[in-house]
Design a protein around this ligand. Structure first.
Ligand SMILES: [Zn+2]
Length: 277
């Protein structure tokens, strides 16, 4: 588990604090895309100060090129996506609203071909496209009117200092984990996004199978992505069935691997471990 998950652990306290700062309950408008991007950018800037991000330009360029190849076809809102490699050995990936997607080096080391990493990216892009974290924030808002403060931040009406709390509320939504339905939706749409991007969707299945096998050998080793992604034989089977339902011929001429991916992965494998975490 990475240190930034303290955001999630502190969620209860933060919500209580936000609640105490609330001025009035009132009716709160839905979060617009523009507001989602504003909040997401703010939260990502905070994460980027905390996480051991890989700065190597060739690595940064490759993951952004692969990720945007998918995101451009996946997200009809035309958001500008940002992809980051985190120098951490755990298998993990997550998405922040507004289009910030983070992948740990531990996951890239296990993704032996391009389509496996692309499968994970497409799944995380699916969470952004379907606004799963944003929906969680909106649902929490109805349960706790204190979250109206978040909207105050979004609308630029909050006093400075409350901003910090607003981004921590986003953090608690991002790291709380998604519902089973949200995971299923992200898997289903990932398959479509991959095919539309010319990438073999079987990579999502083989990645799941690989992580499942590793978990059986070493339960602690791949814990993080599994804790929010309840990968089971059933889920693998569902993904396989989705792929089998695709129109005949749509799986032809799709890419599974590339030299550029092999170069990227060996560069990631060659990175020194992060010193600080
Ligand atoms: Zn997921």
């Amino acid at each position: 588990m990475l240190s930034f998950n303290s955001n999630a652990r502190n969620a209860g306290g933060i919500l209580a604090l936000v609640g105490s700062l609330t001025i009035g309950a009132g009716c709160v408008p839905a979060i617009s895309t523009q507001q989602e991007v504003q909040l997401g950018d703010q939260y990502a800037a905070e994460l980027n100060r905390e996480l051991p991000l890989v700065r190597d330009q060739a690595i940064v360029n490759y993951i952004n090129s692969l990720g945007n190849q998918i995101a451009q076809r996946a997200d009809p809102r035309g958001l500008r996506y940002h992809f980051y490699v985190v120098n951490a050995p755990e298998v993990n990936a997550f998405a922040v609203p507004g289009g910030h997607v983070y992948v740990n080096r531990g996951l890239i080391e296990r993704a032996t071909n391009m389509s496996e990493l692309a499968g994970v990216l497409a799944h995380e892009i699916g969470h952004v496209v379907h606004r799963h974290s944003v929906e969680q924030i909106q649902r929490a808002q109805t349960a706790n009117t204190g979250l109206a403060v978040v909207y105050g931040v979004l609308l630029g009406r909050s006093p400075s200092g409350i901003e910090q709390i607003g981004t921590q509320v986003i953090g608690s939504a991002v790291f709380a984990g998604y519902s089973r339905d949200a995971e299923r939706e992200a898997d289903e749409t990932a398959i479509r996004f991959l095919v539309a991007s010319g990438i073999n969707p079987e990579g999502l299945v083989t990645m799941f199978e690989k992580l499942l096998a590793e978990r059986q050998r070493n339960p602690g080793g791949v814990a993080e992505w599994f804790s929010t992604h309840p990968t089971t034989e059933e889920r693998i089977e569902t993904t396989r069935q989705e792929i089998a339902r695709l129109p005949a011929g749509s799986l032809q001429n799709l890419n599974t691997n590339s030299q550029a991916y092999a170069d990227f992965r060996s560069r990631v494998n060659g990175l020194p471990a992060s010193a600080s975490r």
